[in-house]
Design a protein around this ligand. Structure first.
Ligand code: C2E
Ligand code: MG
Ligand code: MG
Ligand code: MG
Length: 277
């Protein structure tokens, strides 16, 4: 028996068909209805200024409230959604919801900070991404400067596309961050030619900053390079006071990590923003 699973690939049923494939198919089936049934939810992780300790932004991170499985983290379904193309719809929902929520916080008189939204490669390759983003900003009435889009280094491999796309996006007034910096395709060429505002140092470099001199050197170098290029720099995955002190000593601008707050529900972030005034 053969079952069509995508545009041009086929899954073959067999006796040996392993549990993982069956699991994947079940997840894929459920994911298709997750959007219609509004089972996706955004959590937000605060981003802090390293010297002042002020909250300066939040990153929207999608979760799936599965009726039987409970809260499913993005690592368990984003890859699948990338493969079957659902990520485009999911990503659009995430953008709209993040903008709507940020505008609602602003309307409630809370501190105004940008919301960062992760873009997938499929969304990034869309011809009219900037028009979609413009529509969403218009529909939610969010000022574009309060939307930051996170892309990865890999998305800049097609330099011609990336520069066209990023130029159109930044013309709207949104800012661009490079996520997981240091782990992807690392030609420095794009850094000077693309309209990027911020580098996010991948947490794999931050984790062993105390024990591994190479990681310490890499993090210090990324911070120095970012500043020389007039880019902001934020460290991901900061979990300890020692890591924070290292980053402060090396003049890193911002940090995000479990030390000061994991991704949390909207209501919890709202309380943080209210306190910040
Ligand atoms: P990311 O964009 O690099 O997001 C940071 C991830 O690191 C989050 O995992 C966050 O919970 C985790 N994290 C933050 N601070 C710490 C820390 O101190 N220690 C450790 N160990 N981890 C920390 P999460 O939420 O599971 O997301 C994983 C990835 O899934 C994200 O990595 C991003 O690539 C992707 N993702 C999440 N939401 C979306 C989305 O809406 N669209 C797309 N395309 N991808 C998304
Ligand atoms: Mg991110
Ligand atoms: Mg990241
Ligand atoms: Mg990361």
């Amino acid at each position: 028996k053969v079952k069509e699973s995508g545009k041009n690939d086929f899954l073959f049923y067999s006796e040996e068909w392993d549990d993982r494939s069956r699991e994947r198919l079940a997840l894929e089936h459920d994911l298709k209805i997750a959007l219609q049934k509004e089972q996706l939810v955004l959590h937000y992780q605060p981003q802090y200024h390293l010297q002042t300790g002020e909250i300066v932004g939040v990153e929207a991170l999608v979760r799936w409230e599965h009726p039987e499985r409970g809260l499913v983290p993005p690592g368990q379904f984003i890859g699948l959604a990338e493969e079957n193309g659902l990520i485009v719809q999911i990503g659009e929902w995430v953008l709209r919801e993040a903008c709507r929520q940020n505008k609602a916080w602003q309307d409630a008189g809370l501190r105004k900070v940008p919301v960062s939204v992760n873009l997938s490669i499929r969304q990034f390759m869309q011809q009219h991404l900037h028009e979609k983003v413009a529509d969403i900003l218009r529909a939610t009435s969010l000022d574009a400067k309060y939307l930051d889009l996170e892309i990865t280094e890999t998305m800049t491999i097609d330099v011609a596309h990336a520069s066209r796309c990023l130029l159109e996006l930044t013309k709207l007034g949104v800012t661009i961050s490079i996520d997981d910096f240091g782990t992807g395709y690392s030609s420095f060429h794009y850094l000077k030619n693309l309209p990027i505002g911020r580098l996010k140092i991948d947490r794999s470099f931050v984790r062993d900053i105390q024990q591994d001199p190479s990681d310490a050197a890499i993090v210090a170098a990324i911070i120095a390079m970012a500043h020389n290029l007039n880019l902001q720099v934020i460290a991901e995955g900061v979990e300890t006071e020692e890591q924070k002190r290292f980053l402060q000593a090396h003049d890193c601008d911002e940090m995000q990590g479990f030390l000061w707050g994991p991704p949390m529900r909207g209501e919890a972030v709202q309380a943080l923003l209210a306190k910040a005034g």
